[in-house]
Design a protein around this ligand. Structure first.
Ligand SMILES: Cc1ncc(COP(=O)(O)O)c(C=O)c1O
Length: 438
């Protein structure tokens, strides 16, 4: 008897596929894991089993679940009636803190999800430049809307030429022809980028990228590549957009742009920016942001934009990220966890490795050589990844499996050194299960 399984079957009678979001079904388990409650870095499923959480809401709960500062902020917003679709002083306080903290931000706007943030950012870039095309990097993920949901998990036999990747659609049912607005380029390949960029510069509104490619686990671009992208876009007036939905606040208060010391024209912030509440941000240079209505002619509006509960939570979260010592703690945990995991794999001679930066990391099975981009990961062994995750969940460490792809995992700031050691002990046991012949 399992309440998790029973409830998943019950949900499947009414929710398509049994879930509210397609990727919530864990392929490693064949069902979604349903959680009863959470606190700090711990989750308890409907059967009462406890897990150390290494998904952390796909990066949204960087402070951990049920953080008292977030809770207090939400309670206070609710006490004031939480009027939906109106603004109060918290919006300006939050925007000011973001502009003071993230290098490229002169002005911001608030949305509910990362997908909306990239959608609005791209519309604004097109409005500002009066150009249509966007450079998108193969494998980089920018959300679930039709403008950019191409080449996010292209099957190996559909990749196309290396210097001109196939804009393979991420779903059926997408608006036909939108791929013609995209110029596809491999990530982290300066010579191919330069050649393609120069050919298309006259018709480009923007280059959008994941400045740390966390959607492939964790790939840090070379300084040469990022400097080139910034130099060529600056020279030609093409806008550079950093999609920091995942990288924001992950390794420092100023996100990837501060870490790489490259300031884009526009950026998006998501997940951790809302402290676990549905909130995302886009923003950047004042002259570009002024093109938004009502000062300008580019539309961005929505009933739930900047919901006061989410803004209160976001303000409390970003205040916490900017406290002294916050990132020393994150980096110390990161070193212990990623180093410890690599040692576990090495000791058991399992051909797997971990790459991470700040609070998120990737695990790669069977990949040799440098990992620079999507194509360097075609040898990643998904079946092994799923087997590892199944074993980890069995031993009380929760990873989301992303279908076995090399994707991102992470920890939260509520984690202690002792928790990292507990993770390593549980995963050591999981690797015994993993290595046992089935
Ligand atoms: C880099 C990046 N951009 C955009 C998105 C979409 O964000 P959301 O799921 O909030 O719509 C994600 C989500 O994982 C992401 O990682």
């Amino acid at each position: 008897m399992s309440r998790v399984i029973d409830q998943f079957h019950e949900a499947s009678k009414y929710l398509a596929g049994g879930v509210s979001s397609s990727t919530r079904v864990n392929k490693a388990l064949g069902h979604a894991l349903l959680f009863d409650r959470a606190r700090g870095n711990r989750l308890w499923d409907l059967d009462g089993k406890e897990y150390i959480d290494l998904c952390c809401s796909h990066g949204a709960t960087l402070l951990g679940h049920g953080d008292p500062r977030i809770r207090k902020a939400i309670d206070s917003a609710l006490d004031r009636g939480a009027p939906c679709s109106y603004e109060n002083e918290l919006h300006a306080e939050f925007a000011k803190l973001l502009c003071e903290t993230v290098p490229c931000l002169d002005r911001v706007r608030l949305t509910c999800s990362g997908s909306e943030a990239t959608m609005h950012c791209l519309r604004l870039a097109r409005a500002f430049t009066s150009k249509q095309k966007i450079i998108k990097f193969e494998g980089n993920f920018h959300g679930y809307h039709d403008q950019v949901m191409f080449s996010i998990g292209t099957p190996v036999n559909q990749l196309g030429p290396e210097n001109s990747p196939n804009p393979f659609p991420g779903s059926t049912g997408m608006t036909a022809g939108l791929e013609q607005n995209l110029v596809m380029v491999p990530y982290n390949r300066p010579e191919i980028f330069e050649e393609t960029f120069r050919r298309h510069a006259h018709e480009l509104a923007a280059v959008i990228c994941e400045p740390i490619y966390y959607n492939a686990g964790c790939i840090i671009p070379s300084a040469e590549f990022m400097k080139l992208v910034r130099r060529l876009t600056t020279e030609t007036g093409v806008l550079l957009i950093f999609d920091e939905v995942l990288s924001a606040f992950r390794m420092g208060p100023g996100g990837a742009q501060e870490y790489l010391n490259i300031t884009p024209d526009l950026c998006t912030l998501g997940k951790s920016v809302g402290g676990g509440q549905p909130l995302s941000v886009f923003g950047g240079r004042k002259d570009i942001m002024d093109r938004l209505m009502p000062t300008g002619d580019c539309q961005h509006s929505g009933t739930y934009n900047g919901h006061v509960v989410a803004v209160a939570a976001g303000l409390a979260a970003v205040r916490a990220y900017t406290q002294p010592g916050f990132y020393q703690h994150i980096h110390a945990l990161a070193e212990r966890l990623y180093g410890g995991l690599n040692s576990l794999f090495a000791r058991r001679q399992i051909p797997a490795r971990v790459q991470g930066l700040g609070a998120r990391f990737g695990i790669y099975f069977g990949v040799e050589g440098p990992i620079r981009n999507y194509r360097d990961l075609v040898g990643h062994q998904r079946e092994k990844m799923l087997r590892f995750i199944r074993a980890a969940i069995g031993r009380g460490v929760y990873f989301h499996d992303y279908g076995g792809a090399a994707c991102h995992h992470g920890f939260c700031a509520a984690t202690t050194t002792a928790d990292v050691d507990a993770v390593l002990q549980r995963l050591d046991d999981a690797l015994t299960d993993f290595s046992r012949p089935s």
